[in-house]
Design a protein around this ligand. Sequence first.
Ligand SMILES: [Mg+2]
Length: 321
Amino acid sequence: MALCRSTWLSTLFNKAPTIAASAFSRCNFAALIAFSCLYIMKSTEELSGIAQQVRRDIVRMVHAVNSGHPGGSLGCTDYFVALYFHILNHRPDGFDMNGHGEDLFFLSNGHISPVWYSVLARSGYFPVSELATFRKLDTRLQGHPTTHEGLPGIRVASGSLGQGLSVALGAAQAKKLNGDPSIVYTLHGDGEIQEGQIWEAAMYAAHHKIDNIISTIDVNGQQIDGPTEKVMSLGNLRAKWEAFGWTVCEMEGNDMAEVLKGLTHAKSLTGQGKPIMILMTTSMGKGVDFMEGTPKWHGVAPNDAELANALGQLTETLGDY
Ligand SMILES: [Mg+2]
């Protein structure tokens, strides 16, 4: 089944017959270098400041509609900020679905859309003011990301857990076929790893030596019904992924310097014949003390008093929308 899904997705992203012939042309390579030079990387301090604002956006978005998933969003904020403001080679103001010549990101645990929408807006994919439409009727910012509304930055619908890795592997293979040296990134929840499709995709990736993908699991030990250890133990994740043929790294996900170091190290491991998995330790609800370390805030919005409490803990660094 993984073969079928990934092949279909390869076809979706693949323009191989026309693109492969020109992929390594001097023109494309020069454009890639120029783009990389134009992209300005930010300091750890600047990134931490952006993360403060993104966490404000998350709790305000979810509070405004009394709906959404703040816990995982807050826990993964540092990862998203590091990725979009420092690691990715991407084109926020020139978004297209193919993404040829740029790195791609696929969110597999789509329910943590608040953090993704905030980071996409704050990095220039769409107006920051549009965050105020989150989960409202006819919005482009659906509770779970979809492509139907045409929101820049979203290349596949997500939310049905377990599918994102297959999608990303198709895209990663297409990049190889097209001679595109860019990297494909994915993020998954740890509860999501209980899905069978994940392990089909894991086998597929190693078999096909897809070494231009960097996947990350948000290891917060929590899922909607409680601790992962009680719902269905994940066992030794490092040993499992290594047994499936992946290179495995570990990273502290709520320390910006460590996230930058971890992602940069993972990048250095691409192109060596094996897919790469980062086991990222985070605290669900990170940044808001009463939301931290509990599954209670997996999919619950703060009330007015709780919002005020949360905002009191988070600095407004870029201006609220
Ligand atoms: Mg989790």
